[in-house]
Design a protein around this ligand. Structure first.
Ligand SMILES: [Zn+2]
Length: 251
């Protein structure tokens, strides 16, 4: 394994780093069986996405959103962290990485042992729901049992507000607190590692550019080429789990 020059180069950058930041996208979770919604044949190419305004304004759109959520939820719940998640968690636990910025909504970084406080979710989290007005948290399983009785989209028991998965939908503003934390972490990093993102979704994809401009080394690990390969210090177009796992020394 040490004979693999790409892995050795990544391991060397990790050894030299004083404060690394991981930036992860769908590619790290497809290895756990979670479909990449944007890939050909992905859910968002088969169904027109329900944007935030429709969710707010239409009971029929809310019903459809919840139907889809409950249809895809067994896959989400069955997914377990893979070697890539374990390598990322090891980097955080060793203190090499200060945080994980993720575009994923599956909660697998937390499930692999990254403390909640060190995961920055740019697109929210689909493993629970919340009231859009008062913020009260709701568990998916309880919502599913109620929905299956009458298909009435859930409302908040406290304030009557709309209950929605804690994800950021199309047309919904990016979460400001998460965006600001991600920017601070990016500016404090001397090594920025992209794992499994094709870097096409802005503003999220601006973080690696910002890191590079700010003087950090930029590494991209992604199965396919990305739009930022030209400015990266190291590009590995390979599977995420075996690449990070080998470089970090995690099975
Ligand atoms: Zn409420």
């Amino acid at each position: 394994m040490a004979a693999d020059p790409d892995i050795a180069a990544l391991a060397r950058l990790l050894q030299q780093a004083e404060r690394a930041v991981l930036f992860t996208g769908a590619g790290i979770s497809t290895e756990s069986g979670i479909p990449d919604f944007r890939s050909p044949g992905g859910i968002w190419t088969r169904y027109k996405p329900i944007d935030f305004d429709d969710f707010i304004n239409s009971e029929a759109a809310r019903r459809e959103a919840w139907r889809r959520k409950f249809a895809t939820d067994p896959t989400m719940r069955a997914a377990q962290p893979n070697r890539g998640h374990r390598a990322v968690a090891a980097l955080v636990q060793r203190g090499t990485a200060s945080s994980v910025i993720t575009q994923n909504i599956d909660g697998l970084h937390q499930a692999s042992g990254v403390p909640e406080a060190q995961v920055i979710e740019l697109h929210g989290n689909t493993t629970y729901a919340h009231c859009l007005d008062c913020g009260r948290r709701y568990e998916i399983e309880a919502l599913r049992l109620a929905f299956e009785r009458d298909e009435v989209p859930p409302r908040c028991a406290d304030c009557g507000g709309l209950v929605k998965t804690a994800t950021v939908s199309f047309g919904q503003p990016m979460p400001q607190a998460a965006m600001q934390r991600a920017e601070r972490e990016t500016l404090a990093a001397d090594l920025f590692i992209v794992a499994g993102s094709s870097l096409v979704v802005y503003p999220a994809a601006g973080f690696p550019e910002l890191a590079k401009r700010n003087g950090a080394a930029l590494v991209i690990v992604n199965r396919d080429p990305t739009g930022l390969d030209d400015i990266a210090d190291l590009v590995l177009n390979r599977a995420i789990g075996e690449t990070l796992g080998a470089a970090v020394g995690v099975d």
